[in-house]
Design a protein around this ligand. Structure first.
Ligand SMILES: NC(=O)c1ccc[n+]([C@@H]2O[C@H](COP(=O)([O-])OP(=O)(O)OC[C@H]3O[C@@H](n4cnc5c(N)ncnc54)[C@H](OP(=O)(O)O)[C@@H]3O)[C@@H](O)[C@H]2O)c1
Length: 333
């Protein structure tokens, strides 16, 4: 589906953007793959790795609608990955987070509409479901902007969907690199926020594959949520350093004990498929009734029971310590 097409990824120099680029170039022959981000050094380094003829590098900020609109000329598909995503940084610099994650999202929607981009997927996070921190709240606002973008499309054929997933194993600023650093420095213990804390656990490759597949599944307006395992943070520590004791340091501000991807309050609009959920839009658009329980790949889903929530603490699938160790090895951590 991406052969001969022009694709733009905002935040293309980030962790997701790197692996997405690598995967796309391995599997398809795009006409152009445009990396859109601010920092010239990260782009320079990426050019050393991905210098193929189809690659284009645009310096630009998602806060700059004119630049985005210029970069998206003749683009078929957009992935919106640019974000400020560190929870404490967002609490201390709320307007910066709002400008990038909310105003940036609005600009992406407008630039896509102005250029009649065919399909757009915005990346979201479990922290956007019933948010308790500003980062999550801005991503929820961003999700709403992308869903509503379908309504703004009018007679244009631009379609917007959202992909929401949980902790990417080993991503920058997350618990795995922290534990790794402490282990390498010879720490005599590992800090645990709470003995019962759980998180959804997804590898970056699984995230990239899920986004790629949803370009074929999407009708516009859905929030796609993959079915992925949970881990107990104590098991992550045990997988990485079985010999080290744990010291409970308490839940940090803006953190939850368990994360949610499909909130209970959305159970009336949530559809379950074999390997993912779809949260349907609460508003209607396109002038026709869309049946979100079927997708263009022929997959069929069923409405979940009233009151259902997809929560990391009540996930039927938990990884064992051994499985976590194996997953980390496979992910090169
Ligand atoms: N990592 C996770 O655990 C996780 C989990 C769920 C969802 N997500 C979502 O996945 C997406 C990608 O995450 P990631 O892990 O790849 O993040 P990342 O490694 O921090 O990369 C973020 C990218 O966004 C760019 N960026 C930041 N501000 C920008 C701006 N104002 N204008 C243009 N580009 C900007 C950065 O480059 P410059 O600084 O050079 O501009 C960088 O390329 C985010 O939307 C995040 O919310 C991540």
């Amino acid at each position: 589906m991406f052969d001969g097409k022009s694709i733009l990824i905002t935040g293309g120099t980030g962790s997701f953007g790197h692996l997405y680029t690598q995967t796309l170039l391995q599997r398809y022959k795009p006409k152009r793959l445009i990396i859109y981000s601010r920092d010239e050094l990260k782009q320079y380094e990426m050019q050393q790795k991905f210098g193929f003829g189809c690659m284009r590098y645009f310096i630009g900020d998602v806060r700059d609608r004119d630049r985005l609109t210029f970069a998206m000329r003749d683009v078929d598909f957009v992935i919106h990955a640019a974000a400020l995503k560190q929870v404490p940084a967002a609490e201390y610099n709320p307007m910066e987070c709002i400008k990038t994650n909310i105003h940036g999202a609005e600009n992406v929607v407008h630039a896509c509409l102005a250029n009649e981009v065919s399909k757009v997927i915005a990346l979201s996070t479990d922290k956007a479901a019933n948010p308790v921190n500003l980062y999550g709240a801005t991503k929820l606002a961003s999700d709403k902007l992308f869903v509503a973008g379908n309504n703004m499309a009018g007679t244009k054929n631009t379609r917007f969907s959202v992909v929401r997933y949980g902790n990417v194993v080993g991503s920058r600023g997350s618990v795995v690199p922290l534990f790794r650093k402490l282990i390498d420095e010879g720490s005599d213990h590992l800090p645990i926020t709470h003995e019962e804390m759980t998180r959804f656990w997804i590898t970056l490759q699984q995230g990239v594959d899920f986004v790629l597949k949803n370009f074929s599944r999407m009708r516009g307006g859905e929030i796609f949520v993959p079915k992925i395992p949970s881990v107990r943070i104590v098991d992550v520590a045990a997988a990485m350093a079985p010999e080290l004791p744990h010291k409970v340091v308490g839940i940090r501000p803006g953190e939850k004990m368990h994360e949610t991807m499909c909130p209970r309050d959305d159970s009336h609009i949530t559809v379950e498929f074999d390997d993912h959920f779809v949260i349907k839009p609460t508003i209607k658009f396109f002038g026709v009734k869309v049946d979100y329980a079927k997708n263009p790949l022929g997959e069929k889903g069923q409405s979940v029971e009233q009151g259902f929530a997809y929560n990391s603490g009540r996930n039927p699938h938990f990884l064992t310590v051994e499985e976590i160790r194996k997953l980390h090895l496979e992910a090169g951590l």
